[in-house]
Design a protein around this ligand. Structure first.
Ligand SMILES: Cc1ncc(COP(=O)(O)O)c(C=O)c1O
Length: 398
């Protein structure tokens, strides 16, 4: 498939400083910040070091309020429903710690969920006598109804919580979270959305989705500094929400109490990452959110079509921007699958990274091999073409 678009693929790449010998097709794992965000963070850190009392005690609370306001507007929710957390993992741990479960309750998780999220909920279930149950999604995602039905077919009268990704990690598919929340509400089931890939990647409208909890990382697609994320909490769950590590739980300068006090003074910390989030939001707004989504989806679609040339296996979804955005996972058999230690990359992934500077995850998902490509504004069709050439060379080599 030729790439049908007239984007100037190099228009925005100079806003980043990706290492010259690296072809970075893995924004989905760790998203580098554009230079403007890095500069903002440096400025804030310099201010902190120049007068820590002034910056941490008197300035930070005001800037945190502005930053949460900017993020809430971006995600279409009230400022008072979100708290900053260092990443989606921390947010998910907070939710699991606070949700009340008793023996016999069920926590329903789909078969596309992230490994550490599954671990967090299995741990919670071990502590409470609850159990996790599994909803298997269709092999190739096609209609919203089929996906929602696959989840609710696994619901029983004991299901208390549904944990579901907005955009999945390994399979990179966008799940119909609004429809899931709407149906769960009727059955009084709490929905926890694992959304670290979603902000910017897709339009996250929390007022419309209306989940109980939404955990996200702003250091992925939104490209804010590493160590920044958010926890959205529906109003009725806010009161008394406990953090993972207790600190003062109140303002250090006598501000009006808020549920976010438990999270916004986690002990002495570096707030510069959170305070740089508005710069990241403004950066992408200037480029245009529509432009970002159209350009990166066009590239992901191109990568998908080229990668599918290598396989006769079925794709994970039909070809539609309903099911994937800027990141695509495609079946790919890399051969040579020796016994790998947990977490150890496949030899193909190592070869791409160390011999050719290409960062592309190659992994086993439920016993079959896949390859995931993330497309951001610094990526181009030429990079995809080079990846295809390398994969062809690899398949001829093995
Ligand atoms: C679906 C999903 N959930 C949770 C996480 C954890 O995100 P973080 O490492 O930012 O906490 C990831 C990370 O890739 C993910 O893909």
């Amino acid at each position: 498939m030729p790439i049908h678009s007239d984007f100037d693929w190099n228009e925005f790449s100079h806003y980043w400083q990706i290492q010259k010998d690296s072809t970075y097709l893995n924004h989905g794992s760790f998203g580098p910040s554009p230079l403007v965000v890095q500069e903002k963070r440096k400025e804030l850190l310099a201010e902190l070091e120049a007068q820590p009392m002034e910056f941490l005690i008197r300035t930070t609370p005001l800037l945190m309020a502005e930053a949460t306001q900017a993020l809430a507007a971006f995600l279409n929710c009230e400022r008072d429903n979100i708290a900053f957390v260092p990443n989606a993992t921390e947010g998910m741990n907070i939710v699991a710690k606070n949700v009340e479960l008793i023996a016999g309750d069920e926590v329903l998780i789909t078969d596309h969920e992230y490994g550490s999220v599954l671990r967090i909920w299995k741990n919670k279930c071990r502590q409470t006598g609850a159990v996790t149950t599994l909803a298997r999604l269709p092999k190739t995602l096609d209609t919203t109804e089929e996906v929602v039905e696959a989840i609710f077919a696994a619901v029983t009268e004991k299901t208390k919580v549904i944990v579901v990704s907005h955009i999945t990690s390994a399979t990179a598919v966008i799940l119909p979270v609004k429809e899931i929340c709407d149906r769960a509400k009727k059955q009084k089931i709490i929905v926890v959305i694992d959304g670290p890939h979603a902000p910017l990647h897709v339009d996250v409208n929390l007022r419309s989705i209306d989940p109980d909890f939404y955990c996200a990382s702003t250091h992925k697609w939104l490209s804010a500094p590493m160590g920044t994320g958010l926890l959205y909490v529906r109003s009725r769950h806010k009161q008394g929400l406990q953090p993972n590590a207790l600190s003062w739980g109140r303002s250090l300068q006598g501000d009006t109490p808020s549920w976010t006090d438990e999270f916004h003074w986690p002990g002495t910390f570096d707030p510069s990452g959170y305070l740089s989030i508005p710069t990241a939001i403004n950066f992408f707004k200037k480029i245009g959110l529509k432009r970002f989504r159209e350009q990166t989806h066009a590239l992901a679609r191109y990568a998908r079509s080229r990668l599918l040339e290598f396989t006769t296996r079925e794709p994970l979804s039909i070809d539609s921007d309903q099911w994937y955005g800027s990141m695509i996972t495609v079946p790919f058999d890399p051969g040579l699958a020796p016994d790998l230690r947990p977490g150890e990359p496949h030899p193909l992934q190592k070869w791409l990274a160390t011999e050719h500077g290409f960062e592309v995850p190659v992994f086993d998902w439920h016993g079959e091999w896949y390859l995931r490509v993330s497309c951001h504004l610094y990526n181009s069709p030429e990079q995809i073409d080079r990846l295809i050439d390398l994969l062809r060379a690899w398949t001829q080599k093995i």
